[in-house]
Design a protein around this ligand. Structure first.
Ligand code: IMP
Ligand code: MG
Length: 187
């Protein structure tokens, strides 16, 4: 367990804005899926999407199922090491419409990798929904049907997002900075 020398900096997306956005996002998803929202498999990507997915699923009155998937991309600190699946794709996706729910699109590699794996495991259709998308060319170029918020290219944490496992419990999405300093870390 690595200690952290970072602390929460400015708020990037406030809890109130998240709370207002989620029902609208659920309505967009419902409108896009039409009748296929009934029996939809929602697939939160652990661990980062834990908080987002817990709130988002309660915006749907329809019959749906939850199947968890675990992906790792950030090994240590803020440097990406490429996506990996832990424990494979759940059996439950076969023959079903699937909505992958993740925390953030940065390079886009995780979302693209998960979409392909879930599609190859026999899903009827795969859509992706992320809370945050960084305003980076590679993130914007990655197919993703539903996006909660566009955010600047800062390293953010809170509302499920972490740095080395820390800060997931913060209710707002915040920038991080070295303890005692005023400048945010970029990545
Ligand atoms: P990508 O594959 O580069 O798009 O990265 C996606 C994954 O990296 C996300 O699911 C996050 O777990 C992690 N990640 C990327 N940017 C951030 C960030 O700013 N804060 C926390 N985690 C991040
Ligand atoms: Mg993640």
């Amino acid at each position: 367990m690595k200690e952290t020398n970072l602390e929460p900096g400015e708020v990037v997306v406030a809890r109130q804005d998240i709370a207002r956005r989620l029902p609208l996002l659920a309505a967009e998803i419902t409108a896009s899926l039409g009748a296929n929202v009934d029996g939809l498999v929602i697939m939160p990507v652990l661990t980062g999407a834990l908080v987002f997915a817990a709130d988002l699923i309660r915006c749907f009155p329809q019959r749906l199922r939850i199947d968890l998937i675990t992906a790792r991309s950030y090994g240590v600190g803020t440097h990406s090491q490429g996506p990996k699946l832990e424990g494979g794709v759940p059996e439950g996706v076969k023959g079903r419409h699937v909505l992958i729910v993740d925390d953030i699109v940065d390079s886009g590699r995780t979302i693209a990798f998960l979409r392909k794996n879930v599609q190859d495991s026999g899903a009827l259709s795969v859509r992706t929904c992320v809370l945050l998308r960084k305003q980076l060319p590679e993130a914007m170029a990655t197919p993703c049907e539903f996006v909660g918020f566009e955010v600047p290219d800062l390293f953010v944490a809170g509302y499920g997002l972490d740095c080395d496992g820390w800060f997931r419990n913060l209710p707002d999405v915040v920038a991080l900075r070295p303890r005692g300093e005023t400048k945010n870390i970029v990545r």
